[in-house]
Design a protein around this ligand. Structure first.
Ligand SMILES: Nc1ncnc2c1ncn2[C@@H]1O[C@H](COP(=O)(O)OP(=O)(O)OP(=O)(O)O)[C@@H](O)[C@H]1O
Ligand SMILES: [Mg+2]
Length: 247
Protein backbone atom coordinates (compact mmCIF):
# COMPACT_ATOMS: atom_id res chain seq x y z
CA UNK A 1 0.00 0.00 0.00
CA UNK A 2 1.24 3.50 -0.83
CA UNK A 3 2.19 5.83 1.99
CA UNK A 4 0.38 8.73 0.33
CA UNK A 5 -2.57 8.34 -2.02
CA UNK A 6 -4.26 11.30 -3.66
CA UNK A 7 -7.41 10.48 -5.61
CA UNK A 8 -9.27 12.73 -8.04
CA UNK A 9 -8.23 15.90 -6.28
CA UNK A 10 -9.99 19.06 -7.39
CA UNK A 11 -9.14 22.46 -5.94
CA UNK A 12 -10.15 26.05 -6.61
CA UNK A 13 -9.17 29.59 -5.74
CA UNK A 14 -12.55 31.28 -5.59
CA UNK A 15 -14.15 30.72 -8.96
CA UNK A 16 -10.90 29.62 -10.58
CA UNK A 17 -10.50 25.85 -10.73
CA UNK A 18 -6.79 25.01 -10.40
CA UNK A 19 -6.90 21.20 -10.16
CA UNK A 20 -9.15 19.01 -12.30
CA UNK A 21 -8.82 15.56 -10.76
CA UNK A 22 -5.23 14.85 -9.75
CA UNK A 23 -4.37 11.28 -8.67
CA UNK A 24 -0.90 10.46 -7.36
CA UNK A 25 0.77 7.91 -5.13
CA UNK A 26 4.01 7.89 -3.15
CA UNK A 27 5.29 4.67 -1.57
CA UNK A 28 7.49 4.58 1.51
CA UNK A 29 11.11 5.31 0.62
CA UNK A 30 10.25 6.59 -2.84
CA UNK A 31 11.45 9.80 -4.46
CA UNK A 32 8.66 11.05 -6.73
CA UNK A 33 8.50 14.23 -8.79
CA UNK A 34 5.60 16.44 -9.83
CA UNK A 35 6.73 18.18 -13.00
CA UNK A 36 5.22 20.84 -15.21
CA UNK A 37 5.55 24.43 -16.37
CA UNK A 38 4.34 27.55 -14.49
CA UNK A 39 0.79 27.55 -13.23
CA UNK A 40 -0.18 23.92 -13.89
CA UNK A 41 -1.05 23.22 -10.25
CA UNK A 42 2.07 21.74 -8.66
CA UNK A 43 2.06 23.98 -5.58
CA UNK A 44 -1.72 23.75 -5.32
CA UNK A 45 -1.41 19.96 -5.10
CA UNK A 46 1.13 20.22 -2.26
CA UNK A 47 -0.95 22.87 -0.45
CA UNK A 48 -4.00 20.62 -0.67
CA UNK A 49 -2.09 17.63 0.74
CA UNK A 50 -0.82 19.86 3.56
CA UNK A 51 -4.35 21.02 4.43
CA UNK A 52 -3.51 24.66 3.70
CA UNK A 53 -6.07 24.64 0.90
CA UNK A 54 -9.33 22.72 1.23
CA UNK A 55 -10.01 20.63 -1.83
CA UNK A 56 -13.36 20.89 -3.57
CA UNK A 57 -13.38 17.17 -4.31
CA UNK A 58 -11.23 14.09 -3.94
CA UNK A 59 -9.55 12.21 -1.12
CA UNK A 60 -6.08 12.25 0.42
CA UNK A 61 -4.98 9.18 2.36
CA UNK A 62 -1.80 8.95 4.41
CA UNK A 63 -0.67 5.67 5.97
CA UNK A 64 -4.09 4.18 5.42
CA UNK A 65 -6.03 7.02 7.05
CA UNK A 66 -7.95 9.72 5.28
CA UNK A 67 -6.56 13.20 5.99
CA UNK A 68 -8.71 15.22 3.56
CA UNK A 69 -9.87 18.46 5.23
CA UNK A 70 -7.71 17.98 8.32
CA UNK A 71 -5.94 21.09 9.63
CA UNK A 72 -2.30 21.67 8.66
CA UNK A 73 -1.32 21.20 12.33
CA UNK A 74 -2.90 17.73 12.42
CA UNK A 75 -1.28 16.83 9.11
CA UNK A 76 2.15 17.92 10.39
CA UNK A 77 1.60 15.71 13.44
CA UNK A 78 0.78 12.78 11.18
CA UNK A 79 4.25 13.22 9.70
CA UNK A 80 3.99 15.30 6.54
CA UNK A 81 6.20 18.34 6.11
CA UNK A 82 6.19 20.95 3.34
CA UNK A 83 9.17 23.11 2.41
CA UNK A 84 7.24 25.76 0.51
CA UNK A 85 8.19 27.60 -2.64
CA UNK A 86 10.27 30.63 -1.66
CA UNK A 87 11.50 28.83 1.46
CA UNK A 88 9.85 31.08 4.04
CA UNK A 89 12.42 30.78 6.77
CA UNK A 90 12.22 33.32 9.60
CA UNK A 91 14.71 35.96 8.49
CA UNK A 92 14.99 37.81 11.80
CA UNK A 93 15.43 34.62 13.81
CA UNK A 94 18.83 32.94 14.02
CA UNK A 95 19.64 29.68 12.27
CA UNK A 96 19.42 28.00 15.67
CA UNK A 97 15.96 29.44 16.37
CA UNK A 98 14.73 28.38 12.96
CA UNK A 99 15.93 24.82 13.57
CA UNK A 100 14.42 24.76 17.04
CA UNK A 101 11.03 25.72 15.60
CA UNK A 102 11.30 22.79 13.21
CA UNK A 103 11.94 20.47 16.16
CA UNK A 104 8.88 21.79 17.97
CA UNK A 105 6.65 18.85 17.06
CA UNK A 106 7.33 16.31 19.81
CA UNK A 107 10.34 18.21 21.18
CA UNK A 108 12.80 16.10 23.21
CA UNK A 109 16.03 17.72 24.40
CA UNK A 110 18.29 14.68 23.91
CA UNK A 111 16.99 14.02 20.47
CA UNK A 112 17.26 17.71 19.61
CA UNK A 113 21.02 17.67 20.26
CA UNK A 114 21.54 14.51 18.23
CA UNK A 115 19.39 15.89 15.41
CA UNK A 116 21.38 19.12 15.34
CA UNK A 117 24.60 17.15 14.93
CA UNK A 118 23.02 15.26 12.06
CA UNK A 119 21.95 18.51 10.39
CA UNK A 120 25.47 19.91 10.77
CA UNK A 121 26.76 16.82 8.99
CA UNK A 122 24.28 17.25 6.14
CA UNK A 123 24.61 21.05 6.02
CA UNK A 124 27.99 22.15 7.44
CA UNK A 125 27.16 25.77 6.60
CA UNK A 126 24.43 25.79 9.24
CA UNK A 127 26.99 25.05 11.94
CA UNK A 128 29.14 27.98 10.80
CA UNK A 129 26.14 30.30 10.75
CA UNK A 130 24.34 28.89 13.79
CA UNK A 131 23.97 32.21 15.62
CA UNK A 132 23.40 34.40 12.58
CA UNK A 133 20.01 35.69 11.43
CA UNK A 134 18.48 33.41 8.79
CA UNK A 135 17.87 36.42 6.55
CA UNK A 136 21.62 36.96 6.20
CA UNK A 137 22.13 33.57 4.52
CA UNK A 138 22.37 33.30 0.73
CA UNK A 139 19.39 31.94 -1.20
CA UNK A 140 20.89 28.46 -1.37
CA UNK A 141 21.81 28.49 2.30
CA UNK A 142 18.28 29.57 3.18
CA UNK A 143 16.98 26.65 1.13
CA UNK A 144 19.22 24.32 3.14
CA UNK A 145 17.97 25.87 6.37
CA UNK A 146 14.37 25.40 5.23
CA UNK A 147 15.01 21.72 4.44
CA UNK A 148 16.92 21.20 7.70
CA UNK A 149 14.12 22.84 9.65
CA UNK A 150 11.63 20.44 8.09
CA UNK A 151 13.90 17.44 8.85
CA UNK A 152 14.14 18.46 12.51
CA UNK A 153 10.50 17.43 12.87
CA UNK A 154 11.28 13.87 11.63
CA UNK A 155 8.68 13.89 8.87
CA UNK A 156 7.68 10.56 7.34
CA UNK A 157 7.04 12.37 4.06
CA UNK A 158 8.83 15.54 3.05
CA UNK A 159 7.47 17.66 0.20
CA UNK A 160 9.88 20.08 -1.48
CA UNK A 161 8.38 22.83 -3.64
CA UNK A 162 10.93 23.91 -6.28
CA UNK A 163 13.99 23.80 -4.01
CA UNK A 164 16.32 24.87 -6.85
CA UNK A 165 14.32 27.94 -7.87
CA UNK A 166 16.54 31.00 -8.33
CA UNK A 167 19.74 29.23 -7.28
CA UNK A 168 23.07 29.24 -9.11
CA UNK A 169 23.95 26.08 -11.11
CA UNK A 170 26.51 25.11 -8.45
CA UNK A 171 24.02 25.56 -5.61
CA UNK A 172 21.38 23.68 -7.64
CA UNK A 173 23.82 20.76 -7.98
CA UNK A 174 24.34 20.80 -4.24
CA UNK A 175 20.59 20.76 -3.52
CA UNK A 176 20.01 17.88 -5.95
CA UNK A 177 22.87 15.91 -4.38
CA UNK A 178 21.36 16.55 -0.99
CA UNK A 179 17.97 15.22 -2.13
CA UNK A 180 19.71 12.01 -3.27
CA UNK A 181 21.42 11.76 0.13
CA UNK A 182 18.09 12.17 1.91
CA UNK A 183 16.59 9.38 -0.16
CA UNK A 184 19.57 7.13 0.58
CA UNK A 185 19.04 7.81 4.28
CA UNK A 186 15.49 6.51 3.90
CA UNK A 187 13.40 9.66 3.46
CA UNK A 188 10.22 9.55 1.42
CA UNK A 189 10.15 12.61 -0.82
CA UNK A 190 7.64 14.33 -3.08
CA UNK A 191 9.60 16.83 -5.17
CA UNK A 192 8.05 19.62 -7.23
CA UNK A 193 10.26 20.87 -10.05
CA UNK A 194 10.08 22.86 -13.25
CA UNK A 195 13.50 21.57 -14.17
CA UNK A 196 12.27 18.22 -15.49
CA UNK A 197 15.61 17.14 -16.92
CA UNK A 198 17.46 17.54 -13.64
CA UNK A 199 14.68 16.01 -11.57
CA UNK A 200 14.42 12.97 -13.85
CA UNK A 201 18.09 12.21 -13.22
CA UNK A 202 17.37 11.48 -9.56
CA UNK A 203 13.74 10.44 -9.08
CA UNK A 204 12.16 6.97 -9.17
CA UNK A 205 8.89 8.05 -10.73
CA UNK A 206 7.29 11.24 -11.97
CA UNK A 207 3.97 12.82 -12.84
CA UNK A 208 3.82 15.39 -15.60
CA UNK A 209 1.10 17.98 -14.96
CA UNK A 210 -0.62 20.16 -17.52
CA UNK A 211 -3.53 22.49 -16.77
CA UNK A 212 -4.42 20.99 -13.43
CA UNK A 213 -4.36 17.41 -14.70
CA UNK A 214 -1.89 14.54 -14.90
CA UNK A 215 -0.72 14.31 -18.47
CA UNK A 216 1.74 11.45 -18.01
CA UNK A 217 2.74 9.21 -15.14
CA UNK A 218 5.59 6.72 -15.13
CA UNK A 219 9.10 5.81 -14.16
CA UNK A 220 11.82 8.41 -14.63
CA UNK A 221 12.88 6.60 -17.83
CA UNK A 222 9.36 6.61 -19.26
CA UNK A 223 8.80 10.28 -18.49
CA UNK A 224 12.23 11.17 -19.87
CA UNK A 225 11.18 9.69 -23.20
CA UNK A 226 7.97 11.78 -23.16
CA UNK A 227 9.94 14.93 -22.37
CA UNK A 228 12.45 14.13 -25.13
CA UNK A 229 9.62 13.70 -27.60
CA UNK A 230 8.13 17.01 -26.46
CA UNK A 231 11.42 18.87 -26.83
CA UNK A 232 11.97 17.39 -30.32
CA UNK A 233 8.49 18.54 -31.18
CA UNK A 234 9.06 22.07 -29.86
CA UNK A 235 12.48 22.09 -31.54
CA UNK A 236 10.85 21.38 -34.91
CA UNK A 237 8.31 24.12 -34.26
CA UNK A 238 11.07 26.62 -33.60
CA UNK A 239 12.84 25.59 -36.80
CA UNK A 240 9.63 25.96 -38.77
CA UNK A 241 9.04 29.40 -37.24
CA UNK A 242 12.54 30.63 -37.96
CA UNK A 243 12.17 29.38 -41.54
CA UNK A 244 9.05 31.44 -41.94
CA UNK A 245 10.77 34.49 -40.51
CA UNK A 246 13.68 34.17 -42.90
CA UNK A 247 11.43 33.81 -45.95
N1 LIG B 1 -3.68 32.30 -4.20
C1 LIG B 1 -4.17 32.15 -5.43
N2 LIG B 1 -5.26 32.81 -5.83
C2 LIG B 1 -5.78 32.66 -7.07
N3 LIG B 1 -5.26 31.84 -8.00
C3 LIG B 1 -4.16 31.14 -7.66
C4 LIG B 1 -3.55 31.26 -6.37
N4 LIG B 1 -2.47 30.45 -6.34
C5 LIG B 1 -2.41 29.86 -7.54
N5 LIG B 1 -3.43 30.27 -8.35
C6 LIG B 1 -3.69 29.81 -9.72
O1 LIG B 1 -3.85 28.39 -9.71
C7 LIG B 1 -3.16 27.78 -10.80
C8 LIG B 1 -2.14 26.78 -10.30
O2 LIG B 1 -1.14 27.47 -9.56
P1 LIG B 1 0.06 26.75 -8.81
O3 LIG B 1 0.67 27.77 -7.91
O4 LIG B 1 -0.41 25.50 -8.21
O5 LIG B 1 1.02 26.44 -10.04
P2 LIG B 1 2.48 25.82 -10.07
O6 LIG B 1 2.42 24.63 -10.95
O7 LIG B 1 2.99 25.64 -8.68
O8 LIG B 1 3.31 26.97 -10.83
P3 LIG B 1 4.79 27.55 -10.56
O9 LIG B 1 5.73 26.59 -11.20
O10 LIG B 1 4.77 28.87 -11.27
O11 LIG B 1 5.00 27.68 -9.09
C9 LIG B 1 -2.57 28.94 -11.61
O12 LIG B 1 -3.44 29.24 -12.65
C10 LIG B 1 -2.51 30.07 -10.62
O13 LIG B 1 -2.62 31.31 -11.27
MG1 LIG C 1 4.47 26.52 -7.60
Amino acid sequence: MAMLTVENLEASYGAVRALHGISIEVAEGELVALLGVNGVGKSTTLKSIMGVLRPVKGTITFEGQEITNRSPEKIVKRGISLVPEGREIFGTLTVEENLRLGAYVGFKRDRYKADLEEMFELFPILKDRFHQAGGLLSGGEQQMLAIARALMGHPKLIMLDEPSLGLSPAMTDQIFRLIVTLKERGSTILLVEQNAERALEIVDRAYLLANGQIEHAGTAEEIKRKVDVASVYFGDQTDADSCEVSL
